[in-house]
Design a protein around this ligand. Structure first.
Ligand code: EPZ
Length: 419
């Protein structure tokens, strides 16, 4: 398994481009199942998860072809299968996103239950409850969910929680259902709006985009589309914090500052300068220790849970004590023990972590446990004195496109070695 080795201490500077959003690319790719016509996706990030969902779609009958390194043509003339097998779903739980399109277009789906993952149980009960309300018959068999529906019909669905992929799954089911579907307490992440906009360009009728109240009037069929994927706000946020933890001056291009307001506001409170352009963000730190700023994660537009681990690194080096509360997932503090091994002073108490800022972190061999934890360990290595070795970085490759190359371009002393 590859490792990433970082010699800490370099202050990052320069410009870096933000890639397309992983968490938009996955539902957008699943949505192409809803038509038999060709779809073209631009700004596709080259990530393990995108490759995985491409493999899954290939099994279902899709033909995928890269026009260039980030433009993908995908067409599913007819569905050859309806099953998302365990070996794929267990490596990427977002495979559940094929449920909605398979049900909507082919009337059935057989998807392995994703099971838990490092950060929590992550059930999909709300997805299934919504499909049942739309007329699907749902049964569980040998670890698989079987869904069947002659034709889905509209329904009023009130989500107990603003589930992101749950909202996406039900939205994709509703666009071809008979009649009107209302999704209340829908998640409002920008990736959902990006999906809705592409569906509208395919001929869907959706109102309330960006709100927690979506109204969808089903149509008979959808046509092909050309769509550019929005920038990855979590990659951009991670790069912003890489600048902040190293006392650097970095401009991130091809990003959308409006998707990062909760992070930018908190970052300014720590004393870091954040300048927003139309599609750029500049993060400038004077190299002084940052003020400690507590955060609580929340569904969009609140502070993103996917930035919690990275924020913790900044707070580990801040002047003072901060409280970091994780309200979205029940087990998203596994990076804490690794950061403590690098000299951080963090104490977990239930869903909160108390972070007492220290002057320095020291490099150490550490192990990644999940995608965003791996990013936080890299940020810690950039800021630490000495050398840090991050193992199990297959987690990182799921969600970041050549992160070590991007950081090298900003002056980081970082390299990947084949272990
Ligand atoms: C999406 O996961 C993202 N993944 C996650 O990003 C992100 O952390 C999460 O949303 C929250 O923003 C993709 O978009 C592919 P949820 P998702 O359903 O949809 C509970 C990353 O690092 N819940 O919004 O799986 C659930 O247990 C990944 O890029 C139910 O109880 O998250 C969790 O506590 C990690 N029942 C909460 O809701 C359900 O049916 C939010 O989960 C569904 C969810």
């Amino acid at each position: 398994m590859d490792k990433i080795i970082i010699d800490g201490g370099a202050r990052l500077s320069g410009q870096v481009r933000c890639s397309g959003a992983k968490n938009a690319a996955l539902p957008l790719l699943a949505a192409t199942l809803l038509t038999d016509q060709a779809c073209i996706l631009e700004n596709v990030p080259r990530l393990k998860d995108v490759i995985t969902i491409g493999q899954l779609l290939g099994k279902l009958g899709s033909r995928l072809e890269y026009q260039d390194k980030s433009t993908l043509t995908i067409q599913t003339p007819h569905l050859d299968a309806y099953e998302a097998p365990y070996d794929l779903v267990r490596t990427m739980r977002a495979s559940v996103l094929v449920m909605g399109p398979l049900l909507a277009r082919g009337g059935k789906a057989k998807v392995s239950l994703p099971g838990g993952c490092a950060i929590g149980a992550r059930p999909i009960n709300l997805h299934l409850k919504g499909f049942e309300k739309m007329g699907a018959k749902v049964s569980l068999e040998q670890g698989y969910v079987l869904l069947e529906a002659e034709r889905l019909h509209g329904a009023r669905i009130t989500l107990d929680l603003p589930t992101v992929t749950g909202t996406e799954n039900l939205l994709m089911a509703a666009v071809l259902a008979e009649g009107q579907t209302i999704i209340e307490n829908a998640a409002r992440e920008p990736e959902i709006s990006d999906l809705a906009l592409m569906l509208i360009d395919m001929g869907a009728q959706i109102q309330g985009i960006g709100s927690d109240h979506l109204v969808i009037d089903g149509v008979e069929s959808l046509q092909g589309v050309k769509h550019r994927i929005i920038p990855d706000r979590i990659e951009a946020g991670t790069l912003m914090l890489a600048a902040a933890v190293t006392g650097g001056d970095v401009t991130i291009t091809d990003c959308n500052p409006n998707h990062l307001i909760a992070l930018s506001v908190r970052l300014r409170e720590t004393g870091v300068e954040v300048e927003e352009g139309s599609d750029t963000i500049r993060v400038k730190s004077d190299g002084q220790r940052n003020r400690a700023v507590s955060i609580t994660t929340a569904p969009y537009p609140g502070f993103p849970t996917d930035m919690q681990a990275q924020w913790m690194v900044l707070m580990s080096l801040a002047e003072g004590t901060s409280l970091i509360s994780e309200t979205v997932f029940e087990n998203r503090f596994m990076h804490v023990l690794e950061l403590d091994r690098m000299g951080a002073d963090i104490t977990i108490d239930g869903h909160s972590a108390l972070v007492r800022g220290v002057e320095h972190l020291s490099g150490a061999p550490v192990m990644a446990t999940d995608l965003r934890a791996s990013a936080s360990l890299i940020l810690a290595g950039l800021a630490a004195d000495g050398t840090t070795e991050v193992s199990r970085i297959y987690h990182l490759d799921r969600g970041y496109e050549h992160l070590e190359e991007k950081l090298t371009g900003l002056g980081a002393k970082i390299r990947r070695v084949k272990a």
